[in-house]
Design a protein. Sequence first.
Length: 99
Amino acid sequence: MNAHLRTTFEKIIRRAGLAAWPRLFHNLRASCETDLVQHHPIQVVCSWLGNTPAVALRHYLQVRDEDFERALRGVEDSAAPALRNPVRPATALGRREAS
């Protein structure tokens, strides 16, 4: 078995004619966690993925284009139940601004 998963995965991506994202596995995890939190409570998703809500908020959860579109349409009732009552706001966690 090949232990170099990133190298193998990048070869597959290139053969498909695509470009690999920087920080490939981090970006995949962030996308997955963001998608899961749209349908499940954050504590459940964090248990599945092995991190804490603070780590998820600081490093993984993302704002998607769909979130902006929903805000522009003024749709309030489609917000994920887990995000209506967040554990703690990101600013209270000492979140550092992205550089």
